[in-house]
Design a protein around this ligand. Sequence first.
Ligand code: GRF
Length: 199
Amino acid sequence: MRLGVLASGRGTNLQSLIDACQGGRIDAEVVIVLSDVADAPALLRARRRGIPALFIDPREENFEGRLLEALSEARAELICLAGFVRVLSPSFLKGAGVPILNIHPSLLPAFRGLRAQQRALEYGVKVAGCTVHLVDEKVDHGPIVIQAPVPVFEDDTPESLAERILREEHRIYPEAVQFFAEGRVRVEGRRAQILPRRP
Ligand code: GRF
């Protein structure tokens, strides 16, 4: 399955996808990486592995159109948001014509939006975690594909909790992609059902 990845920052989730693909652990290939940040480390991570990586200037009027163009030229069959900080418009979602996944560092629907790990800690939750979900028109909202819980310890800081969650993010994002590569995801309303593996 051909993956297009959109990333704005350090790109550790992108790295986990590249590693899983190039290590033959999932039946997928990252065919293009796009960023709205010119010096995003994510772009370097991609180039280091021989993957085309483009900065597209978000100040351009046709920013989303350019993203779509690049994704379709690369023949992406699944789009993965990996720390992409922009909200995509309904017309982007429609224009993409392929499923779009996002990873979020909380057990949705709790703590949608920014600084989810810090807000979870401040709220006093005892279990935190991460979610891979399909993207719909609302932020951190679409049908859930996989979630992973992690414990919150008494002496956690936002950083230590974020790090524990991140390790799980790196595990479940490739796993979610593999479900799509195997054609095992059926979406009905809010529910993304994972079908059993065919014998
Ligand atoms: C991750 O915590 C992800 O859940 C959130 O943004 C962060 C991106 O980190 N959406 P990285 O750029 O993948 O290292």
